[in-house]
Design a protein around this ligand. Structure first.
Ligand code: HEC
Length: 145
């Protein structure tokens, strides 16, 4: 009897943590996308700031990747998925405002991809700043510090 309890207890813990992971699947999804976004945006930012040598092909490739990725995180903001994440409950209370900030970010990212295709370096670098502002505008309101 004692032996069985010893066996069942860890199993229950494993099952419970598997369940809670299932509940946070939406949060895991959006975290994964944001990390990929930050990876590519990091290179664009470093080039714009002169911290990394500019390379037109790399810039253009990453700007296009960013424009695609910018469409992805939003379906991960499902109802009741704030718990245990840095997403503020305000997202679900002001969903229209949150969506419009997401839309602004997508538009700025698309503009960056277009400008990258045109190859005017100054315009590309200043648009990186606009994309960065769109990240910040949303984080200030809707992401916990
Ligand atoms: C419309 C809102 C919005 C925009 C735009 C946005 N983010 Fe976020 N971001 C969030 C929210 C909300 C969280 C917290 C998500 C969570 O913890 O579930 C977050 C989290 C993150 C995280 C942390 C993920 C983790 O694992 O905790 C990174 C990195 C990130 N964002 C990068 C960016 C970058 C870079 C941009 C712009 C290029 C950007 N985000 C644009 C709302 C946004």
């Amino acid at each position: 009897m004692k032996l069985r309890a010893l066996f069942i207890l860890p199993l229950a813990v494993v099952l419970l943590s598997a369940c809670s992971q299932g509940r946070n699947e939406a949060a895991s999804y959006r975290h994964a996308i944001f990390h990929v976004i930050a990876w590519h945006f990091g290179t664009l930012g470093a080039m714009a700031k002169g911290e990394q040598p500019f390379d037109q092909a790399t810039f253009e490739k990453k700007a296009n990747i960013l424009a695609e990725l910018s469409t992805l995180p939003w379906e991960g903001f499902q109802p009741d998925s704030a718990e245990g994440s840095d997403a503020k409950p305000a997202i679900w209370e002001n969903r229209a405002d949150f969506d419009s900030k997401a839309e602004t970010f997508q538009n700025e990212a698309r503009t960056l991809a277009r400008l990258a295709g045109e190859g005017d370096q100054q315009a590309m670098f200043s648009q990186v700043g606009e994309v960065g502002k769109a990240c910040k505008a949303c984080h200030q309101e809707y992401r916990k510090d």
